[in-house]
Write a protein that binds this ligand. Structure first.
Ligand SMILES: N[C@@H](CCC(=O)N[C@@H](CS)C(=O)NCC(=O)O)C(=O)O
Length: 381
């Protein structure tokens, strides 16, 4: 019982006080005026929220979210060991690796284990052995840990020599034989998948980062990473009004700029799909589903940007990309895992504009390419 009912039932008769009753009595009393009740609850909640947020999302002194750097980097090295990829479907950074793996035809060469969100915010694996082949109607679903048989991703990280007590993040590339974390930085992994495994790839001819476009790709990444990919997190994880205002302004002015650009260019760098598009896509596909609501990216819905929305559908419709998008699992991951942002854990209804049927409507962007399909995407058709 949370409110005092006047029964004076505050102990067990043995001198042990019922702590909840006593805290409630102490905080609220029998006849606390509503204004005082609200201000008491508000300050208690705000302090608790700040403690939880500082654990979920480290911030600078102004309350701006600062993403911790990834610990395991490739630094231009191409690992030669037998590899396994760990991902989770809600995560936009892991999603990048799944798309490049699919487009390059690396499914056999780099098998994947798909973790799901756990109740306490950790990444957990299913415990049904053997039955799961990892897809449902062609769409990726959570699986067991197929290589180490661990219950959660933390256990996998801890298997490495020297153990591990840092952040346990997806995506993570694992050296199967040496039991070592090879890399947990998504951009390193997608560059490596694009060009470092062509001997094993079923689609080695697809180059998502050709030399002549590298500079342009990097320029887009420099704008899109802080303002859009990480920008939505800077909105959602802001711990002050000022930090949120800065993030949301940067986010929408960048989306305006990209929408303008995509009015006359099929992809970011012209006719060819590149790594920059893959990175933008995984944020756009979550925008109306998650970020617009949970992360307060409310100025506009993505649906209100005609070029960006058509561009997103264009990429969604590239064969094998749709199979990497599991929307119910993604919604669960955000709305149920990020407790401080959604304490009730209620998952909102899926917006109709985010359903597969709607995303499958023709984007009519082919005419922007000199080829009938994006110049390089024809390799995957
Ligand atoms: N910079 C990393 C970011 C990875 C990341 O933050 N992943 C999130 C999921 S979206 C995660 O696993 N978070 C768990 C945690 O921080 O405890 C990358 O691009 O790979």
């Amino acid at each position: 019982m949370f409110f005092n009912d006047g029964s004076n039932n505050s102990g067990d008769g043995n001198g042990n006080l019922n702590p909840i009753n006593n805290i409630a009595k102490l905080l609220w009393g029998a006849s606390l005026p509503p204004g005082l009740l609200i201000s008491t609850v508000r300050s208690t909640w705000t302090s608790t929220w700040q403690i939880m947020m500082s654990q979920l999302a480290p911030s600078d002194p102004s309350g701006g979210y600062t993403r911790p750097p990834s610990k395991f980097r490739l630094n231009g090295q191409n690992p030669t060991a037998k590899l396994h990829l760990y991902v989770a479907l809600p995560c936009p950074w892991a999603h990048r690796t799944l798309i490049v793996r699919a487009l390059k035809g690396l499914e056999e060469a780099v098998p994947v284990s798909v973790a799901a969100h756990g109740f306490d915010g950790s990444w957990e694996f299913k415990d049904i052995p053997d039955k799961d082949n990892g897809t449902d109607n062609g769409i990726l679903v959570p699986t067991t840990d197929k290589v180490n048989r661990c219950r959660n991703l933390k256990e996998v990280y801890k298997l490495r020599k020297g153990g591990y007590d840092g952040r346990v993040t997806v995506p993570m590339l694992w050296d199967v034989k040496n039991k070592e974390v090879v890399c947990n930085e998504s951009y390193d992994i997608i560059e490596f998948f694009n060009s470092g495994l062509n001997g094993l790839a079923l689609n080695p001819g697809l180059d998502l980062s050709p030399v002549e476009l590298k500079e342009e790709i990097e320029e887009w990444n420099r704008v899109i990473y802080p303002n859009v990919n990480n920008g939505v997190y800077r909105c959602g994880f802001a711990q002050s009004q000022e930090a949120y205002d800065v993030a949301v302004t940067g986010l929408f002015s960048t989306l305006d700029r990209i929408d303008d650009h995509l009015g006359s260019s099929r992809y970011l760098c012209g006719d060819r799909l590149t790594l920059a598009d893959v990175c933008l896509f995984t944020t756009l596909i979550r925008f109306d589903l998650i970020y617009n609501v949970l992360f307060k990216c409310t100025k506009k819905k993505l649906l209100e940007y005609p070029n960006l929305h058509g561009y997103m559908r264009d990429i969604y419709q590239i064969p094998k990309v749709g199979g990497t998008c599991n929307f119910p699992e993604t919604m669960d991951g955000y709305y149920r895992m990020l407790f401080p942002l959604n304490p009730g854990g209620i998952r909102p209804v899926m917006p109709s504009g985010c359903e597969h049927n709607f995303l499958s409507t023709p984007p009519k962007r082919e005419s922007m390419s000199s080829a009938s399909v994006g110049k390089n995407v024809q390799h995957v058709l």
